[in-house]
Design a protein around this ligand. Structure first.
Ligand code: ARG
Length: 278
């Protein structure tokens, strides 16, 4: 009887040792799943992906009243949602001024930036960028009543020019339009309002966005002239030192691109904006 008792104890001890080992193994597996990206680890731990954007830039991102509720929608928001879905987390959208986005992602206030942002050399020193997911160029938006007066970029040289603060357009006009009276404002809506009241003659802005603003506002139009700035693309920015996170992002973009969904989402948002009344 005593022998039997001892054997049982032995079995129990062996069993608990085995369980202990098992536990260590599964712990090790969990540890191994932690990536080398602090941002990605935080996103997974918090169960949310925080997107920083400047929601004044259709079709990339803008405010839309959906069933009486103010919602931030757009091409960038849809792509960010696909990234959040693939990570199995919730998407949280933070609207801020465009010129505070880079600092926000560097300090971890947001996890990534999608704001129709060009991966300029200057910004590449501060943050890491994904591949380009959309190509864009610059145009001049002018009052519709004056659109026929402009045929050449040089005509804008001495005028009152508006750009969004912190944008590639701001850097461009500062260098290329030294004779102009340049005004930079934090949000595009304010620039358009200023032009409507003759405080600005033209706004230099990304082409597709200008088309969207003009499509819902009959008082503004795109001048038939070429802004001498090379085409650029938009890319996602994240804090440096987050390779594993960047890889996740690239994988989602590649998949959306290959499946044709990227193009579909773009068109969906163009239609959504064009259909919404100001
Ligand atoms: N493409 C320009 C840039 O990268 C302007 C982007 C403005 N984006 C915005 N969401 N307002 O500087």
């Amino acid at each position: 009887m005593k022998k039997y008792f001892l054997a049982t104890i032995k079995t129990i001890m062996l069993a608990s040792l085995a369980i202990g080992l098992l536990n260590t193994t599964s712990f090790a597996t969990i540890q191994a799943q932690e990536s080398d990206s602090p941002v990605l680890n935080k996103i997974k731990a918090d169960g949310k992906l925080v997107l920083g954007t400047s929601a004044d830039f259709p079709p990339f991102e803008w405010h839309l009243l959906e069933n009486g509720k103010d919602t931030i929608v757009g091409f960038d928001v849809d792509i960010a949602q696909a990234i959040a879905d693939s990570l199995g987390v919730e998407l949280v959208v933070e609207d801020m001024n465009f010129d505070s986005l880079v600092a926000a992602v560097k300090t971890g206030r947001v996890d990534m930036i999608m704001a129709g942002m060009n991966p300029t050399e200057e910004r590449q020193k501060e943050v890491d960028f994904s591949d380009i997911y959309h190509e864009t160029g610059f145009v001049a938006l002018v009052p519709a009543s004056k659109v026929d007066e402009y045929t050449e970029f040089e005509q804008l040289a001495n005028l009152k020019i508006g750009v969004q603060k912190g944008t590639a357009q701001e850097s461009f006009v500062t260098e290329a339009m030294t004779e102009a009276a340049i005004t930079s404002m934090p949000k595009n809506d304010a620039l358009i309002a200023a032009m409507m009241t003759n405080r600005l003659d033209a706004i230099i802005i990304d082409q597709i966005v200008a088309e969207q603003f003009a499509s819902v506002n009959p008082n503004i139009a795109i001048a038939n002239l070429k802004v001498p700035h090379e085409e650029d693309g938009t890319a996602i920015a994240i804090a440096k030192g987050n390779e594993a996170f960047l890889e996740e992002i690239q994988a989602v973009i590649a998949e959306l691109e290959e499946s044709g969904q990227l193009e579909e989402l773009f068109i969906k948002n163009i239609d959504l904006m064009a259909g919404s009344v100001e």
